[in-house]
Structures are given as structure tokens and as C-alpha cells.
Design a protein around this ligand. Structure first.
Ligand SMILES: Cc1cc2nc3c(=O)[nH]c(=O)nc-3n(C[C@H](O)[C@H](O)[C@H](O)COP(=O)(O)O)c2cc1C
Length: 455
């Protein structure tokens, strides 16, 4: 395959028990990493040794124990700002992405916490803006129900605009700290917002100096049209959950085509799908681990959701029997065939059973692509998606921890480096530098300069 001048971006999407629902049950897996600072530290240091761009913490604002068989690491976790403040102190280069749900937060708090983390991390902070995937959160925040998509994104747009202005409250040159005269700050370089909008009134200024990165990079991860617009307007990267190459290419092209209307260029926004790499030294070893994980799933084999996904009624079929005829799928085109091909590829055979098909989709129920193979096979997939512009990089979700991450870092990353696709050294030390993003001017300083020219 050809070597591209573009460079991949790689990050870890942390699931402390692994992305595979049964990942924590492997004999070698660490099952209690979520609350173990030493475990989290070792993971972050490993990523840094591998020159990863970022360590990403998702977040949810609700919990229930019944997720234990489907997604245990979503049930309980440390609060992201607290955890990343700790990791900032024990790492030097890796970007730190904190998730904040705008639906249940205040802009002043978020501007303050992100700016503080940016200082503590030496400019390595980024903010994943979400509006909330978990509707139950409403009940934890004195609300009767989760807002609909339109209200959440109206709120989020105003919210993000305010946070960005708050970050610019203090111009970089505002601090004089002249011991002789006693002047600490040049008051003409400090800006109140006096924002009064549909949802918020915020006077400002912020009580934290302008973040080290000037503006902290934003990421977004929604699938709706409104989320894509928010991403096209504000984000430096968008996380997605595409698993089929053609759909991923269409998503990529669609988002990039929205940028021009916001005065932005395609290079300013990276598209980062999730990837679940199940790596072995050989294909056989990877498949053996895949089968071991599949056998550990605790499931009642409810085939209804999978039937819906494939457009083929699987209910009532013998689990250990062959797959039905794919041509009966109610989905247009050959989508069902392409989905089934993913499961066949993971098993390394075409004649998989209904049970094996179920196992594949149980492992990827959260929507990220599971690839089973040796280092070259996994690198081939990454390269194909990258070169064909389905992705600018990946949000890596190891199927189990820490071994699933170790194999990716030790075997696949060097292969990507050999192919010239991924950095062998950090070129910079901030999140912006990892993504080749320049530090923006302060909007208020810029306005003042423009007024000066006009006068
Ligand atoms: C890779 C990825 C990661 C996400 N992480 C979170 C998260 O940590 N917390 C959350 O509430 N939503 C998360 N989401 C969901 C979306 O950000 C969004 O809040 C949700 O999908 C509802 O918005 P939508 O209607 O625009 O999709 C994630 C989505 C993707 C694809």
C-alpha cells in the first residue's frame, strides 16, 4: 500500500474493563482498573511511549447495575476532570480529552475547569462536547425528562459560544505584574462578556487567565444533523461510530463539505472513528482470543435487535445452524451482506453460525468496528480507512485491558510507523500541536486591533 504524507491520529478511548463486554473475565485482564490510580497512570504512560495523540475519557451522568453483562465499564467510573488532573501530573506529552455534557452544566464552570486543566497539563486539554446519550441523567439533575435533540443543541450552541468568549476574557498581555508601580493587570486588556441570550446570562470575565492553548480545542461525537453542524462549526475532531467503509467515507466527505460555510478548511477537523483491535502475533492467535472472549459472554441470545440491524428475521433460527439467505434482507443494497462479512472476517470463515454472528455484534454493540487479526492485518484496515478518507485517525478501544492495549501498542503501532503513517516522536507538547493546529488570536484583542486600524 502507498505511503501517505498525512499522518494518522491515534488516541485511547478508555473503557477500564475493555470494550468487549466479557473483556474483564479473561484470566489475564485487570477487572478493577477504573478506580486504581496506578493502573490509570501506567495506561497513560504506555500511550505516551507509543506517541499517541490523546487519552480520551467519555462520561455519562447516570448508572444502573443491569449494564453489567453488556457494558460494565459504563456503569461506574471516576469523574473526568478529577482523573485527568491526576494524569496531567504524571504525564508530559499526551493530549487529555475531557467529556462535558452541556445539557447539565453551566458555561462559567466549564470554562473555568477546562482552562484550569489546560494550565495543569501544560496545554494538553481538549473538550469533548456532548449533549447526553443517556436520557436517565435528567432524573439526577432535578428535571423530569431529557430534552429533545433541538433543545439540547440550541442550548449547546449558546453554551459553547459563551465558553469560547470566557476563555478570551484576559488578553495574553493583560498581566503586567510591575512590582515598582504596583500595576498587576492592564484593565484595558480584560473583557467582560455581558452575554444575555436565550438560555444564559453571563457577565464575565472568567477568573482564570486565557488558557495556554488560547482556545481549548473542542471535539464532538453526536450522530444527529445538529451535532454534525456543531462539529463543523466548532470542533477540531469528530468521533464517530462507523463500521462499514463506504458509509464511513460518506460521513467523512459530508462533514468535510460543511466546513467551508464556517470559514474553515478540511485540515482543521479530523474524523476519528472508533476501532476495536483484537490483535494476536498471528491470525490464529487473534482468532483464538476472539473465541475465548465470545465464549465468556453472558447472554440470553436475544436475536431481535440483530434481526433489526440486518433486516433479516433471525428469531427462532437454531443458534448452531447456518445463516439464512442474505438476499432476503429488507435493507436496500448489500448492507446486510457487508455487515455479515465483518463477522465472517473476524471468525476467518464464511460458514459461521447464527451464534457466531451474534457474538460479533454483541462485541460491537456500541457501534465501533471490531477487527481481529495479526499486526499487519490490523494495520491494513487502518491504512485502508485512512488512505480512502474514511478516517484521519482512530479512537482505539482495546477489547480487554491492559493486554489488548499492549498488543496494539507493541505490535501494530510499530507497523504503522514502518509504513510512514504514524509519528515516531512527538513534534510538540500541546494538544493543538499534535493536531497541527495554530494558537488562535484573542477575539477581543483582534477586535481592538481592527478598531484601531479603522480609527
Ligand atoms: C465515539 C463516541 C463517543 C461518545 N461519547 C459520549 C460520552 O462520553 N457521553 C455522552 O453523553 N455521549 C457520548 N456520545 C454520544 C453523543 O455525543 C451525543 O451526546 C448523543 O449521541 C446524542 O446526540 P445526537 O442526538 O446528536 O447523537 C458519544 C458518541 C460517540 C460516537
Amino acid at each position: 500500500m502507498s505511503i501517505s504524507k498525512r499522518q494518522l491520529h491515534l488516541g485511547l478511548f478508555l473503557f477500564s474493563t475493555g470494550y468487549h463486554p466479557a473483556g474483564w473475565r479473561l484470566p489475564e485482564a485487570v477487572a478493577g482498573g477504573a478506580f486504581d490510580p496506578e493502573f490509570l497512570k501506567q495506561v497513560a504512560l504506555k500511550l505516551e511511549r507509543a506517541k499517541f495523540d490523546f487519552f480520551f475519557l467519555g462520561d455519562r451522568l447516570a448508572s444502573s447495575a443491569d449494564e453489567q453483562y453488556t457494558f460494565p465499564s459504563q456503569m461506574i467510573r471516576l469523574e473526568p476532570f478529577t482523573m485527568l488532573s491526576y494524569l496531567a501530573a504524571v504525564t508530559e506529552k499526551i493530549g487529555l480529552i475531557v467529556t462535558v455534557n452541556t445539557t447539565y452544566a453551566e458555561p462559567y464552570h466549564v470554562a473555568r475547569m477546562t482552562a484550569s486543566l489546560d494550565y495543569l497539563s501544560g496545554g494538553r486539554t481538549a473538550w469533548n462536547v456532548v449533549t447526553g446519550a443517556d436520557t436517565r441523567a435528567a432524573l439526577n439533575f432535578s428535571r423530569e425528562k431529557h430534552w429533545d435533540n433541538a433543545k439540547r443543541y440550541d442550548y449547546a450552541n449558546e453554551f459553547v459560544g459563551i465558553v469560547k468568549e470566557l476563555w478570551d476574557s484576559w488578553e495574553d498581555e493583560a498581566f503586567i505584574r510591575d512590582k515598582k508601580s504596583g500595576v498587576f493587570v492592564d484593565e484595558s486588556k480584560v473583557h467582560a462578556l455581558n452575554h444575555v441570550g436565550e438560555h444564559f446570562s453571563v457577565a464575565g470575565p472568567l477568573n482564570v487567565a486565557r488558557p495556554l492553548q488560547g482556545q481549548i480545542p473542542l471535539l464532538s461525537a453526536g450522530t444527529s444533523e445538529r451535532s454534525q453542524e456543531l462539529g463543523a462549526r466548532f470542533s477540531s475532531a469528530i468521533f464517530t461510530g462507523e463500521i462499514l467503509l463506504e458509509e464511513a467515507k460518506a460521513f467523512y466527505a459530508g462533514i468535510k463539505s460543511k466546513l467551508a460555510k464556517y470559514g474553515r478548511t478540511p485540515g482543521e477537523l479530523s474524523i476519528l472513528p472508533g476501532l476495536v483491535p483484537l490483535v494476536g502475533c498471528t491470525s490464529e492467535e487473534a482468532r483464538a482470543k476472539y473465541e475465548e472472549l465470545s465464549a465468556l459472554l453472558v447472554t440470553d441470545y436475544n436475536l431481535a435487535p440483530l434481526s433489526q440491524r440486518l433486516g433479516i428475521d433471525l428469531t427462532g433460527l437454531p443458534l448452531d445452524g447456518p445463516l439464512p439467505d442474505v438476499s432476503q434482507s429488507s435493507h436496500p443494497g448489500d448492507k446486510a451482506r457487508r455487515l455479515i462479512a465483518l463477522a465472517q472476517s473476524a471468525s476467518g470463515r464464511e460458514d459461521i453460525t447464527v451464534r457466531e454472528l451474534f457474538h460479533y455484534f454483541a462485541a460491537t454493540a456500541r457501534g465501533h468496528l471490531l477487527v481481529v487479526g495479526n499486526p499487519a492485518e490490523v494495520a491494513d484496515q487502518i491504512e485502508t480507512w485512512f488512505v480512502q478518507e474514511a478516517a484521519d485517525g482512530f479512537n482505539i478501544c482495546p477489547p480487554y485491558m491492559p493486554g489488548g492495549l499492549d498488543l496494539f501498542v507493541d505490535l501494530v503501532v510499530p507497523e504503522l510507523q514502518r509504513r510512514g503513517l504514524f509519528r515516531t516522536e512527538y513534534e510538540g507538547s500541546t494538544f493543538r500541536e499534535h493536531f497541527g493546529l495554530t494558537r488562535p488570536d484573542n477575539r477581543f484583542a483582534k477586535q481592538a486591533a481592527l478598531q484601531g486600524v479603522a480609527e
